[in-house]
Design a protein. Structure first.
Length: 181
């Protein structure tokens, strides 16, 4: 009896696993052969799902954003949420991203170095991540404040990296309230 494979699920699983590999090795310092080795797959198996490293990187970008969004699956959307729930949603997003944020910033810098800073604004991976996180913040915190909320969350995450420890939750809430008011 032939093995039944859910190709969509397998494709998503490979992309999510690839995020860990990209976070560990960066973008420009890993080729497809090494990427496949790290995934524990043959090149032909990976190429069955993804035509190139770039395509896999884009899929990995989408996979990690979707992974982050899953933390909000049972939470009320901003249109139905009260102020306390909106704050909780923001903090959930912040805490979801925080553990890997420093590695992500290194990866993004490596990626931008590869594509060229002048191409950042038009790059599909960068646009995908920016749009998805802004949408997530809009859907779960405030639709009318997506851009300032995205700026705030990136600033708070960078602040945490710079001081080497998590920010006090009351400080985070205070900053969030300034944006929402």
């Amino acid at each position: 009896m032939p093995k039944i494979v859910d190709h969509d699920k397998r494709r998503k699983d490979i992309a999510l696993q690839a995020t860990e590999v990209f976070l560990k090795f960066g973008y420009k310092n890993i080729g497809m052969r090494q990427l496949c080795e790290q995934l524990g797959m043959s090149k032909s198996a990976v190429y069955h799902y993804y035509k190139s490293k770039d395509e896999l990187f884009r899929a990995a970008t989408e996979a990690i954003v979707n992974f982050d969004a899953n933390v909000l699956a049972e939470r009320p959307e901003s249109s139905a949420a009260n102020d306390v729930q909106k704050i909780e949603n923001f903090i959930l997003i912040l805490n979801q991203i925080a553990p890997r944020f420093f590695q992500e910033m290194k990866l993004i810098a490596d990626y931008i170095d590869t594509i060229g800073e002048e191409n950042t604004a038009t790059d599909s991976c960068m646009a995908l991540a920016n749009q998805k996180y802004m949408s997530m913040l809009g859907n779960y915190v405030s639709d009318t404040h997506q851009v300032p909320l995205y700026t705030l969350i990136l600033g708070l995450l960078n602040h945490q990296v710079m001081i080497g420890k998590p920010l006090d939750e009351n400080y985070v809430i205070e900053q969030l309230k300034k944006v929402l008011n």
